[in-house]
Every structure is written in C-alpha cells, then in structure tokens.
Design a protein around this ligand. Structure first.
Ligand code: ZN
Length: 409
C-alpha cells in the first residue's frame, strides 16, 4: 500500500478519530500483522503529547489454537492481573484505539456454544469496567487490510493483490485520497451528518415503520426525548470531541427496549465472534426475538440472541442511505465497521447512553429504566435494501417519509 497514505491514515486516526489530548494515556489494540500501522499510530500519539501508549497485541491464528486446545474454564476465566488492568483503565480513562484486521471467519468450525460460553464468562467479570468508562473516555475503531480478511473480500485474487485492493477500499471509505486534506474533509463530513441528525431530532418521531419487498415488515418505538446522534461524540470528562468509528455514515439512536414487532430480513452476512452468519431473518414479538433462521450459522445466531436477557432486544436503530460511498463501492466487507456504514441496520443488545440528554448526571439504573437496553453484546446487522421505505410516525399519528427506496426521502 501507499506508505504516504498509511501515514496520513495514522495521523487522521489520532487527530480526528481519537483526538488524543496532551497528557492522556492511550491503549492501542492491534493484530500482530499490523505492526507497521500500529507503530505509525503510536508515533502520532506521542506527537500529540500522549503520556504513554500501551500496546495490546493479538493474533488470530493463536486465538484459534486457544479454542482448539485450551479448556472453556481456562479461556473463560479472567485472571486477577487482567482484572487489575481493567481497574487501572477506570482510573486512567485512557484513549482506546482498536485496529481491526481479523479474518471474519477466524473461528469457523469451533462449536458455537464454546464461543458463547467463554464470552459470557468473561463479560460477567469485565462488563462493569466497560460500563464505568462509558462516555468518559475517547475511543476509536478503524480497520486495516490483512491477507486473511482481504482474501474474503476479493476471493479471486492472490493475497498481495487482495491486500492492495482492500487498502485502496479502506482509504477511499475514510476519505483519504492523497490530494485533499483529510482533516478538512472529515470536518465537513461530520457537519453534514450532524445536519441529518438535527432534522430527525426536530421531527420528534415516536415510532418508525420499515417495509421492503424482501419481506422486511417491522415497526419500532422510540424513547420520548431521546436524541439521534451521528459521527462525532464528546468525552464528558475533558470535553474532547472525537469520531469513534472510521468510516462512519450512520445516524443512529437507541430505541425503546422491548417495543418492536415484525420481521427483519438481513441483507448482508454478519461476522460475529469469529464466525459468519448469512442469509438470515429475525422475527420479533413483544419487543423480543421470537424466532430466527439462517442459511449459514443459525446456531451461532441463536446463541447470540441468548447471550443474556438484553441480547434478544434492540439497542440501536441506524439510518444509512444506499448511496453511501461504502455501498457504492459495491464491496461486501464482511466486517461490521464497513458493512454497517453501507446500509440501514439495527443492533441487538446494549443501547447507547449518549442518546439520553444529561446521561452523565444519571445512574445506569435510571438510564435503563428510561428504556435503554442493557446487555453484554451489541451486534449490528444490516437490513437496508434498494427499496426499503421507512416512515416516521409522530405521537399524534402524523406520518412523514424518512427513507424512500433505500435513501433519504
Ligand atoms: Zn451502528
């Protein structure tokens, strides 16, 4: 890949995405195959006067070996030192930067119940620390091309060509072209996204109704007064504005938990916990998943919705027009960060605190009582199609077209 663009990417991540402030600690997560990008990011963090950059390396092949050889007990146990590291995180409130490059099907063949049990055991110990830093630190998820992932996106190519093509696609999705100033492009992009969110907020919808010829026929209630959000978020402790996902094309909200009905047809495959789930549909009754079917990975999908009580309810509703640049690329990334920004989606599991005004002065229990869902999972799945219509319904029953044929009405 073009080294100049890679440096520009690292800079964009640190300055606009994570917006690292002088004196802040950073936790940087990457796979070992991304040491070149991780090094550039660490360099940019120090250029931004970070106090310290702590590395968290992982390796997909070794992760797979763990699942093939170690016991569930061992894999699911969070050792005291690991928990101490999380306690330190709550104290330091470090910036967290995640560089994703994993094979979307890394753990194929590993029994779904082993993966879900390990996840449940670890979340039981670790979730509280994640909850504690929510809204109080900057974070960022970005992606990097690896041979394993690239070959899934470009299956006909040799590994080098596939990686090259995936890098080109990533750079173009995050608006890096080597010609324009990416920071300026992003300032305009976040501004445009905010205007969409402002319009939705002005409409005060109580409900959204979805219809598509593929069989999607669904309605969901919204929380009175909850706010639609977009690209930029704010660290409530230091006031730093940051963009937690790159790319991002979505305007999103957390709906009222337990208040949705109908059927959603997934329009893209989903990679969850290292396995691919494809060709699936989900039926909701009384706000919860009632049944689901998949051509591939049905058992994993069922395990996912059964991870805990909140996993069968919704935590997010997001609007993305079909003319988003990611969708126009025509590529299927099999990576949620990209595919969720190609079309409308919904997430099962945990909702977002920041959609509630003044959430920082409320307890988690109070926020959950308002209708924000709680769960150890938050999994987006894609439901946008070429003829998806979404209608907004106000409390007085008036109807406003929001999406017509897959894009803003
Ligand atoms: Zn989303």
């Amino acid at each position: 890949m073009d080294k100049k663009l890679l440096s520009e990417y690292a800079k964009l991540m640190v300055k606009v995405g994570a917006n690292v402030q002088p004196g802040q600690k950073v936790r940087l997560y990457a796979e070992v195959d991304q040491h070149e990008l991780a090094t550039l990011v660490a360099k940019e963090c120090y250029a931004a006067k970070a106090a310290y950059v702590e590395m968290f390396w992982s390796c997909g092949e070794i992760e797979r070996l763990h699942y093939e050889n170690a016991s569930v007990e061992t894999l699911g146990t969070v050792l005291p030192w690991e928990e101490e590291r999380q306690k330190q995180m709550v104290k330091d409130l470090p910036v967290r930067i995640f560089i994703e490059s994993a094979d979307p099907d890394e753990l194929s063949g590993i029994p779904a119940d082993i993966i879900s049990t390990v996840g449940q055991m670890r979340s039981k110990v670790l979730k509280k620390y994640r909850d504690e830093i929510d809204g109080k630190h900057q974070w960022l998820i970005v992606a990097a091309a690896s041979p394993k992932w690239a070959l899934k996106v470009f299956p006909g190519c040799d590994a080098d060509t596939a990686v090259e093509k995936l890098w080109d696609a990533i750079f173009s999705c995050v608006y890096i072209d080597g010609k324009h100033n990416a920071e300026e492009v992003w300032a305009k992009h976040t501004d445009d996204m905010k205007k969409r969110a402002d319009w939705l907020n002005s409409q005060q919808f109580a409900k959204l109704r979805y219809k598509s010829s593929n069989g999607t026929d669904f309605s969901v209630e919204l929380i009175p007064g909850a706010k639609w959000c977009s690209a930029a978020d704010t660290n409530r402790i230091n006031g730093a504005s940051y963009v937690p996902n790159m790319p991002t094309e979505e305007v999103f909200i957390s709906p009222m938990k337990g208040r949705c009905e109908g059927t959603l047809i997934a329009t893209k495959p989903l990679s969850w916990s290292g396995q691919l789930i494809d060709g699936f549909s989900v039926e909701f009754k009384n706000g919860k998943v009632h049944s689901c079917h998949a051509k591939q990975g049905e058992e994993m999908l069922k395990k996912m919705f059964a991870m805990d009580e909140g996993a069968s309810m919704l935590g997010e509703v997001a609007l993305v027009p079909k003319d988003s640049p990611i969708n126009k690329s025509g590529l299927l990334f099999m990576n949620t960060l990209f595919d969720e920004n190609a079309c409308c989606h919904i997430a099962a599991g945990e909702g977002f605190l920041e959609v509630i005004d003044g959430f920082e002065n409320k307890t988690l229990d109070e926020i959950h009582a308002m209708g924000i869902n709680d769960s150890i999972i938050h999994v987006d799945f894609m439901i946008g199609s070429d003829d998806l219509d979404i209608t907004g319904i106000r409390p007085d029953g008036t109807e406003v077209p929001v999406f017509k044929n897959g894009t803003w009405a």
